[in-house]
Write a protein of this length. Structure first.
Ligand code: SF4
Ligand code: SF4
Ligand code: FES
Length: 265
């Protein structure tokens, strides 16, 4: 089959802005977008920059926007998107600075993940022996732990996009779905004793109450993480633990009260 790709190109050393370049080439019917991009590099244009490693939807490095939506290029078949030979538009992930062509700078992504302190914080003396966690306690966390840190959800998060478009400095923007899903992984872990501090920090500005529940992170996540669901779980836990003074929490509680008392939305 013929694959036609329209790829966003950007070379900071050229002194020019971004542009789009079209390529057409014969590829096997089963080809993925990643395979086509690699074939372009081998046969047509070795200046095209992209990032990839496993080709198996495991490492998370090949996330990019394909036809306007974040996807793993190695998991996206050309035939699924171009049924009648349509051109496929390939761009770097959104909400992150572009280094070159399809390679984005993931530093802001990692800053947000680090901000939620993604490590177990036990209190008290070290345990005398291993801590066996019951299966039923860890099972709900398995989906979150499947995150491959690809950045697709952050790329397409509408809150982050809006804040960045308004010129907000990255470090003051919404923590975004991947970091918040990671935060839930530790709040839900029975070996972690820092829930109170974590939920207090996450309830503040730029945290769990900034999500507008647009669903985009649910749609684009290539794994089972369901980031928005984890954010909602964090909200429930924050309210359960009495963090009710924040605007989002107050809104939720008042909304519930109105419905209970008057049946009106
Ligand atoms: S549901 Fe919330 S976290 Fe997910 S993309 Fe939308 S605003 Fe961002
Ligand atoms: S939550 Fe899903 S989309 Fe977001 S970084 Fe993890 S695997 Fe990627
Ligand atoms: S190359 Fe590893 S996830 Fe696509």
């Amino acid at each position: 089959m013929e694959a036609r790709l329209r790829v966003r190109r950007f070379d900071p050393e050229s002194g020019e802005g971004a542009r789009y370049q079209s390529y057409a080439l014969e590829v096997p019917d089963y080809a993925t977008v990643l395979e086509v991009l690699l074939q372009i590099r081998e046969e047509l244009d070795d200046s095209l920059a992209l990032r990839c490693s496993c080709s198996s939807a495991i490492c998370g490095s090949c996330a990019m926007r394909i036809n306007g939506q974040a996807r793993l290029a190695c998991k996206t078949k050309v035939s699924a998107l171009a049924v009648d030979g349509e051109e496929i538009v390939v761009e770097p992930v959104g909400n992150m600075p572009v280094i070159k062509d399809l390679v984005a700078d993931m530093d802001p992504f990692w800053q947000k993940v680090r901000a939620v302190e993604p490590w177990i914080q036990p209190k008290g003396p070290p345990p005398e022996r291993e801590y066996l966690v019951p299966h039923e306690v860890m099972r709900p966390l398995a989906d979150v732990m499947a995150c491959i840190m690809c950045g697709s959800c952050v790329s397409d998060c509408t809150v982050l996009e809006t804040e960045l478009s308004l010129g907000k400095p990255y470090e003051q923007t919404f923590l975004a779905p991947a970091a918040l899903a990671k935060a839930y992984r530790f709040v839900g872990d029975p070996r972690d004793d820092a829930d109170a501090e974590r939920l207090l920090a996450l309830s503040r500005l730029e945290g769990i109450w900034d999500c507008t529940r647009c669903n985009f992170c649910l749609e684009v996540c290539p794994k089972t993480v369901a980031p928005m669901d984890q954010i909602l779980a964090l909200r429930r836990k924050a309210i359960e633990q009495g963090h009710e003074e924040y605007l989002g929490a107050r809104h939720t509680l008042e909304f519930e009260k109105t419905v209970r008392e008057s049946s009106w939305l």
